[in-house]
Design a protein around this ligand. Structure first.
Ligand code: USQ
Length: 382
């Protein structure tokens, strides 16, 4: 299949590109290095330097004999987007090309408008380009579980049947996010649903929880192919942060009372969820939604697990509650459905002590790079 990956430089984009290329798909990646540039601007650094996309494609070619085609440019620029789609004529488009940090989106007016513009315009241009150059392409979009927020009722998989005054209809499940970044993902979902109704697109919107992990099958024997791994407050997801904090002896930063519960998944499962969605496209025009996570944990549970795994490596891990910089419920009901991807054949890789210890071992090798000042900045939501 000709697959176009938007946002191919990121934490998930590059590992996805390698996996699909290894499976024999014809892969093209696009990126404008937005995440790298914001990291530089905000003085936060990935755990290890990551070669440019062109360099990584060359390393991958050397290892696998397979080509990954690279375009560097901005998807907010229509002429660039049109050129990429016209030359590629993708059969599937995987859309990761968004500013992915909730704290960054709340850091300033400039960061907020950048997030709004980038995320919505990239999505709109991708939709327009599919219509013009790849009419039958299946769009696989990364949304977020954060679109739903933490309602006091069970979370369904994207849709809910509403009965009202004796009549009923299926609607998008109610959404109420707790950051501007998450709100842009709600807007993306709405926009996709609108164009599914208008133009008959085929879309899979993956409501993904926070991802953890470092190594995927294609990068395990070559660190130059590792993903862009953040552990700072802005771009690091909580478990990745805790693993790095454990290694460098920084007390685990549990925000507030630590009862915040989310659905988590291993980066290897992200790749498999995306692959399964790709291999099983909707048969007719549709907005198909899957909740993409494998296990739910509270922040306190994660901290305890990291503390225990650290012990097996001789690390004395301290856990410390810090005043929560975010506005979010710290104690809440959380029961989201997640059967769609399991039904497609997902075999989850659960969070074991061994998985965490292996991550810690890799992080230890790069301990000298850890920039302690970036671990907690306290970006306040209000
Ligand atoms: N948290 C802490 N301590 C920390 C960092 C985070 O207690 O040092 C808490 C947060 O307050 C939150 C939970 O851990 O309650 C998860 O935080 P996170 O930073 O791992 O996740 P989040 O900001 O929601 O965003 C991440 C990704 C985002 C993705 C989202 C999925 O950055 O791109 O969409 O996870 S979800 O959370 O399900 O919306």
């Amino acid at each position: 299949m000709r697959v176009l990956i938007l946002g191919g430089d990121g934490y998930l984009g590059w590992p996805t590109a390698m996996q699909l290329s290894a499976l024999g798909h014809e892969v093209t990646v696009v990126d404008n290095y937005l995440r790298r540039n914001i990291c530089r601007e905000m003085d936060v650094r990935p755990l290890f330097e990551v070669p440019s996309l062109d360099e990584r494609a060359a390393i991958w070619k050397e290892k696998s004999g397979k080509d990954v085609k690279v375009y560097i440019g901005d998807l907010m620029d229509w002429s660039f987007t049109a050129e990429v789609f016209e030359k590629t004529r993708p059969e599937a488009v995987i859309h990761y090309a968004e500013q992915p940090s909730a704290p960054y989106s709340m850091a300033s007016r400039r960061a907020a408008t950048l997030t709004l513009k980038n995320n919505l315009e990239a999505t709109a241009n991708a939709i327009f380009a599919v219509r013009e150059f790849a009419r039958d392409a299946h769009i696989v979009k990364i949304g977020t579980m954060g679109e739903y927020g933490t309602p006091n009722i069970d979370i369904e998989e994207g849709w809910i049947d509403i009965e009202h005054k004796g009549r009923s209809q299926k609607f998008l499940y109610p959404r109420q996010a707790s950051s501007l970044y998450h709100t842009t993902k709600i807007m993306d979902t709405d926009m996709l649903w609108f164009y599914v109704r208008m133009w008959g697109l085929k879309v899979t919107d993956l409501m993904q929880g926070p991802v953890y992990g470092l190594i995927t099958d294609e990068s395990q024997d070559d660190e130059r192919l590792f993903p862009f791994f953040n552990y700072d407050e802005l771009f690091g997801t909580v478990l990745n942060r805790f693993i790095v904090q454990a290694v460098v002896g920084y007390p685990l930063t549990v925000y507030g009372s630590g009862g915040q519960t989310r659905g988590y998944l291993n980066i290897k499962d992200t790749l498999n969820c995306v692959r399964l969605s790709l291999e099983n496209p909707p048969e007719k025009p549709d907005l198909r939604i899957f909740n993409q996570f494998t296990e739910t944990f509270s922040v306190n549970e994660l901290a305890e697990k990291v503390q225990r795994a650290g012990k097996t490596l001789g690390l004395d891990v301290e856990v410390k509650s810090v005043p929560n910089p975010r506005k979010e419920a710290e104690e809440h009901y959380y029961n989201p459905a997640h059967t769609g991807l399991l039904d497609l054949g997902l075999e989850p890789k659960f969070l074991t002590d061994d998985v965490m210890a292996k991550m810690m071992e890799v992080v230890m090798k790069h301990k000298h790079n850890i920039y302690r000042d970036s671990i907690f900045r306290g970006v306040k939501w209000d």
